[in-house]
Design a protein around this ligand. Structure first.
Ligand code: PMP
Length: 359
């Protein structure tokens, strides 16, 4: 057959999304199953968001504001930066793709930790670049000194995921300061803070506050997690104005859609509720971590809305055992299992399934 697509994509693993919860419930004959597999917050949309979407729906026959002016101004105000430094996109994953496009030519390198967010190697390959995976430390966190050593003269982008998906680990300020001092000025560093709102360790820096002014740093955030807008795909980044202007040229036009823009503005009005929900998740995260450690699992301290079970090659079997009890978790064979923190009832159902799976 005539080849129409790139040969190097044949072996690229596809992005795997969490299993559909209704499908599993049907399969098991349950009225409902529990999904703790995609790091979503379990409390539904924020107040005011459905109404804002309904209002915006009246004009979906029109393109949205291409400049995303109102939302960028609002985000800039919230995060204390100028609007020309903010770029929004179709999820932060869409912006990460754009970052690879604006930095890499074929053969260039993107350095990232592994395990980390599974989209990074896909994004690197998709951009024609080479993803360089730097293994995590024995404690499942980024090995920043090995990441610095992995930088070559082909490296254009380095991604630090803080806290790290899927291990929940985080890097602290002193380590990050040292690392950033080692990165050459012509290499862009992306600090992916998708889970920033769940961080409680004061030594883990808020990159916007701490590194926002560094010329080669881009801070990536999402409204999919704490802000409850996963279904609308709304991510944003903060970069220096010149970098932001280049990114804006290449980002897919209108990729922050009309409903996403309206919903994000409404969500930003409900920040008190976000804070309240995050506190609930954090308390549950700490409870679940302790309970799992009592089951003899070496769960690393998490600063995100999920925990990591380093089960090695038992990961897939553990995931299947949880599913058989109606709880969808995310197995990353052969390393471990990531479990999103849900409501206390959902977490109890997971703990019961885990206990059974490990017995
Ligand atoms: N970065 C990290 C570390 C993530 O875990 C995720 C979502 N799983 C994303 C980015 C992408 O989020 P979104 O595209 O929904 O903004």
């Amino acid at each position: 057959m005539t080849r129409l697509t790139r040969a190097d994509l044949d072996t690229l693993p596809a992005y795997v999304a969490g299993r559909n919860v209704a499908d599993l419930a049907r399969e098991l004959g349950l009225t409902e199953a529990i999904k703790l597999a995609s790091n979503e917050v379990p409390y539904g949309p924020l107040p005011g968001v459905p109404e804002a979407i309904a209002e915006a729906a009246r004009t979906v026959h029109r393109y949205p504001d291409m400049g995303v002016v109102a939302l960028r101004e609002r985000l800039a105000d919230r995060y204390g930066v100028s609007p020309d430094r903010v770029v929004t996109g179709c999820g932060s994953v869409g912006l990460a793709e754009t970052l690879a496009k604006v930095t890499c030519l074929p053969g260039d390198e993107i350095v990232h930790a592994w395990r980390s967010f599974e989209a990074y190697p896909i994004i690197a390959t998709g951009a024609g670049a080479t993803g360089i995976r730097v293994p995590n430390t024995a404690g499942h966190g980024h090995d920043l000194s090995a990441m610095a050593d992995a930088i070559t003269d082909r490296t254009r982008l380095v991604i630090v995921c803080n806290p790290n998906n899927p291990t929940g680990t985080s890097v602290r300020r002193a380590e990050l300061d040292r690392f950033l001092a080692q990165v050459p000025d012509d290499v862009l560093v992306v600090l992916d803070e998708a889970y920033r709102e769940f961080v409680t360790d004061e030594q883990v820096p808020d990159a916007l506050e701490t590194y926002g002014d560094r010329p080669n740093v881009v801070v990536l955030r999402t409204m999919s997690k704490a802000w409850g807008l996963a279904g609308l795909r709304m991510g944003f980044l903060v970069a220096q104005p010149e970098v932001a202007a280049t990114i804006r040229k290449v980002v897919t036009p209108f990729s922050t859609n009309l409903l996403a823009q309206a919903a994000a503005l409404a969500a930003l009005d409900a920040e008190d509720e976000v804070t309240r929900r995050c506190a609930l998740i954090i308390a549950e995260r700490d409870r679940i971590t302790e309970a799992l450690r009592k089951l003899q699992l070496e769960v690393p301290a998490s600063q995100a809305n999920f925990v990591w079970l380093p089960l090695g090659d038992r990961a897939a079997a553990f995931g299947a055992a949880c599913e058989a009890r109606g709880v969808i978790v995310r197995a990353f064979q052969p390393d471990g299992v990531r479990v999103t923190i849900g409501t206390p009832e959902e977490n109890d159902a997971f703990l019961a399934a885990a206990e059974h799976a490990l017995a």
